[in-house]
Write a protein that binds this ligand. Structure first.
Ligand code: GLA
Ligand code: ZN
Length: 669
């Protein structure tokens, strides 16, 4: 077959819209109809085969791609390209029968039973070899198939621990490579506590959550390393076999058990699975925040590889998408940098654990309302895609999003309910309400593009990062950081420094004491300088002594009157804020973000009414402003600039009206 123009190296941004499809779940007779309905919907891509190992390798070493070729031919004839998933997230029954040692070992010491998915030991050599063999066979078979444009590695890598002896030895070897000597390791972790020093590498076990915090942190890093290695083994084979195809992986947004920056390093671009339709309709802040993180992993646009198509659930199901919502969910991701959209799944499966996970089509296979809405959306997508090509989100605000701190906080929250991500959300959501785009980025990234950087709860603060943010403010940047920042080094030891440690001069404060506030406790606090009054500090309180920083909010109780809750130190060019508590009032965060934006001289293009989101993509083709109505009421939004709505082709004069779940895409004049 003739080779197709490579999707990535041609310099064009891949722009596809389509669906996850499982031809192996349906009779061959149905395949042509499915392909035709997809074409009629305007779909130009499907993802296939990520759970089809037993069909492609029904017996060990015997491959059968004929069925898949046939399905692909139907799709290709209808103008639909294909992404293939390596099928290693669900293993065939023969594999476990022949090699029971591939199954993951639970903390109890029992091996997982076969069935469900993602249940292999990530170190096991047999599993890795068999995974390589099916990957190599697929890559060889599909190297010249013109329909195939790219690959998805495995499916939703997850960092579940395996307690088998091989994993234990692998952990020991990983540590030996990292630390060289046991002396070094003992010092880094502080194993003098409770007589836990190691004298032999073989003494090191897989830790639980109550083990030494440094050991636990390294174990989390090791688990990511294992998944990255497993993925690398597949990537190497696909790159060798199909050098012109792209490789991606479907991440899970705000999933916490893997360091996604590392998992993304070898991918051409990141994809993620977006299921925002749960519970009572609300503003899907997390879908926006996850998108911004997914864009931040490689600092480039991403794909949605699975997008809610209807009610989801394994045993009970969630709510249905309301009219207009399926389309709005797509636009929210495009607004945050998605270049392509793939719905999960084409047709609701009649068998297996996901009988309730609804696709665009129901069990009956009839193209009804959800299909029609996807079709309208796909057709619109083709009209706007040339405008989107080459554009991305270019915020002036960056939030450092750090897996080390996330893991260290989850291991030792310090106060009840403290979650790293929950704290990021406080700032993120206020920024979204203010109508300002944000990058979520890896600590250590270049900060020069940002006027405002938020470094939330940087519990693990390497000196290099402290130096970097100090330099950033010296050069004119505005920084906000908050409680528990700078407590620990990368090994998990607390610094022998008065807080905020290395950041003392930067912030102009000293924190000699601090405390957790349990649910019954709260401190009244008052803002000065236009900050809201009558605030309620909850959960945690740094007792901040302001040196050469201004006090912006102070605590009111008698024993706290000398202490600040929020401070600002003005530097010659930049400015550094510190927040030492959590405030109960959402309005506090809106006021804080307002102040930070002013400090950083960032003016939102417009301030959206509650429930409306705005997001800007820009690039060669100009500036494109997305407006998304997340509510079920009509929204009227003032537009203080000349613009044209690319969806209606109408010129916008002063204001625009959005239907419930309505969207607009304004090309700014
Ligand atoms: C995940 C998986 C899919 C499917 C959906 C719904 O996102 O990647 O295979 O299981 O969830 O459960
Ligand atoms: Zn194992």
């Amino acid at each position: 077959m003739k080779k197709k123009t490579p999707a990535l190296t041609s310099g064009t941004v891949p722009q596809y819209i389509g669906v996850d499809y499982y031809p192996e779940h349906w009779t061959r007779e149905r395949w042509p109809l499915d392909a035709r309905l997809m074409k009629e919907a305007g779909f130009n891509v499907v993802r296939l085969a990520e759970f089809a190992w037993t069909f492609m390798e029904p017996e060990e070493g015997c491959f059968d791609f004929a069925w898949l070729d046939e399905a692909i031919t139907h799709l290709y004839k209808n103008g639909i390209s294909v992404i293939l998933g390596t099928p290693t997230a669900t293993m065939p029954a023969w594999l476990c029968r022949k090699y029971p040692e591939v199954m993951r070992v639970l903390e109890s010491g029992h091996r997982e039973i076969w069935g469900t998915r993602k249940n292999n030991c990530p170190t096991n050599g047999t599993y890795r070899l068999l995974s390589e063999r099916i990957t190599r066979a697929m890559a060889a078979h599909y190297t010249a198939n013109p329909a195939v444009i790219g690959w998805q590695t495995d499916n939703e890598f997850g960092g579940q621990p395996c307690y088998c002896d091989t994993c234990k030895v692998q952990f020991q070897e990983w540590l030996r490579a990292k630390y060289g000597t046991l002396d070094n390791l003992n010092k880094t972790w502080g194993t003098h506590f409770w007589s836990h020093s190691f004298r032999e590498w073989a003494e090191i076990m897989i830790p639980g959550e109550l083990h030494n915090p440094g050991m636990w942190l390294d174990y989390k890093r090791f688990v990511t390393w294992q998944e990255v290695r497993f993925q690398h083994e597949q990537i190497a084979l696909v790159r060798a076999g199909c050098p012109e195809h792209f490789i991606t992986h479907n991440c899970m947004g705000l999933y916490q058990n893997l360091n996604y920056y590392q998992l993304a390093e070898e991918l051409d671009f990141v994809s993620w699975d977006n299921y925002p339709v749960w519970g009572a309709p609300d503003i899907p802040y997390d879908a926006a925040m996850a998108a911004d993180l997914m864009r931040g992993l490689k600092r480039r646009n991403f794909w949605i590889m699975e997008q809610s198509a209807g009610p989801g659930g394994w045993n009970t199901m969630g709510r249905n998408v309301r009219p207009g919502e399926l389309r709005k969910v797509v636009y929210q991701q495009l607004a945050h940098g998605a270049d392509s959209i793939v719905w999960f799944r084409w047709r609701t499966c009649t068998a297996g654990r996901e009988q309730y996970w609804h696709g665009l089509l129901g069990h009956d296979g009839v193209p009804l309302r959800r299909y029609q809405e996807a079709r309208t959306t796909a057709q619109e997508f083709h009209k706007i895609k040339t405008h989107l090509a080459g554009t991305t989100v270019c915020p002036s605000v960056g939030i450092l999003y750090d897996y080390d701190s996330l893991w260290a906080v989850s291991n030792q929250p310090g106060f009840t309910g403290n979650q790293y991500v929950a704290n990021v959300r406080r700032y993120y959501q206020a920024l979204l309400r203010a109508g300002v785009n944000v990058d979520l980025i890896r600590p250590g990234s270049d900060l020069n593009a940002y006027r405002l950087v938020i470094m939330p709860q940087q519990f693990v603060l390497p000196d290099t990062l402290a130096d970097q943010v100090i330099a950033y403010v010296a050069q004119g940047g505005v920084l906000l950081t908050d409680f528990r920042t700078g407590v620990k080094d990368e090994g998990g030891l607390c610094y022998e420094r008065t807080l905020p440690g290395k950041l003392t001069d930067l912030l102009g404060i000293v924190i000699e004491e601090y405390e957790a506030l349990d649910d019954q406790m709260k401190y009244a606090a008052d803002g000065v300088e236009g900050f809201p009054k009558a605030l309620t500090a909850i959960k945690f309180a740094d007792w901040i002594t302001a040196g050469d920083a201004e006090v912006l909010v102070k605590y009111l109780p008698w024993h706290m009157q000398d202490f600040a809750a929020l401070t600002r130190k003005q530097h010659r060019k930049g400015c550094a804020y510190y927040l030492g508590t959590v405030f109960k009032e959402e309005s506090f965060y809106d006021a804080l973000i307002g102040t930070l934006l002013k400090s950083a001289r960032i003016t939102p293009l417009l301030t959206p009414p509650p429930g409306v989101e705005v997001s800007l993509r820009e690039g060669k083709t100009g500036r494109l402003l997305f407006l998304l109505n997340h509510t079920e009421e009509i929204q009227r939004i003032g537009i203080p600039f000349a613009a044209q709505d690319l969806l209606t082709r109408k010129k916008i004069v002063e204001r625009i009206e959005l239907e419930p779940y309505g969207v607009a895409l304004l090309k700014m004049g």
